[in-house]
Design a protein around this ligand. Sequence first.
Ligand code: OGA
Ligand code: NI
Length: 320
Amino acid sequence: MSMPLPVTRKLDFTEIPVVDIGPLGEADNRRIPVVAAEIARACQDVGFMYVKNHGVSAIALCNLRREAEVFFSLPSVEKMKVAVEISPQYRGYLPLEYTGEEGEEGRNLQEGFIMMPDRPVGTLPLHGPNQWPENVPGLKAAMMAYFVEVEKLARLMLPGFASGVGLPGDYFRDAFRDPEMMILKLNHYPPQKAMNDAYMLGVGGHTDFSAFTILWQDDLGGLEVLNKSGEWVGVPPIEDTFVINIGDLMQVWTNGRFSSTEHRVINRYGKDRNSIAFFVDPVYSTKVEPLVDRSGNYEPVVSGDHIYAQFRRIYPQRKY
Ligand code: OGA
Ligand code: NI
């Protein structure tokens, strides 16, 4: 069965807000409340925003883009040597057309590569080593360097989110003290084969299971966000910005005030598309529960258990 893809409305840039987060990095914190209010408005009304003056090193980004392209251009058999399905900690390569959110019902027209901080295998299920491709010697250093950069941006956002819902600016600092559960994922999307193939999108509609996500996308476009009236709104690339969106955990923390909004990717452009997602997650043991308007919309979850459950639901694993 195939369903025609709904046509995407062309986005007015005003529809997904652009927030200048420069003041979050200033020693003088007097402008933080103004930015926090803008962030909060974006998180409430859209769940997505562009950020500019983000401070991420252009060199780190450029290096990672290059290494990612080298990796994805390897023959499949090379890439499968570091497949996620052979890593008990879900690190490494996700092959093209791996099953997505809908399971066998829908596959992703996407290949990916996942890394998290290296941790010794211990009692927590997602702690463990990364897998690195032998034939792309620069990939590891490029991912680690970019990770450091984008982690700084993640921390910069925390006072914005906290003040935005009336919590003290340093409220989230402790929950994000260690990046152990933060996930860096490279994505490569070949062009959509058949425009009416709703079961083989780049990525089908989903919400992110992170607290929030920091996304770099190349200059093609293809990311679409579902708005409140059921339209898929495009998120076209804007130079020198990142897209930041709220994930499920922040939605719980804010008792639904911030929206973990459904989104998808369709590469309609006849060329390869690349993106880099950084999923910002608190430390494993963090109990995530509504901090504001505690009217009981959401059950408390242990952050790491939630993330591990989502990994098991979504990503392939070899059955031993
Ligand atoms: C994701 C995602 C969007 C993109 O990885 O969760 O929504 O543009 N990515 O790749
Ligand atoms: Ni997503």
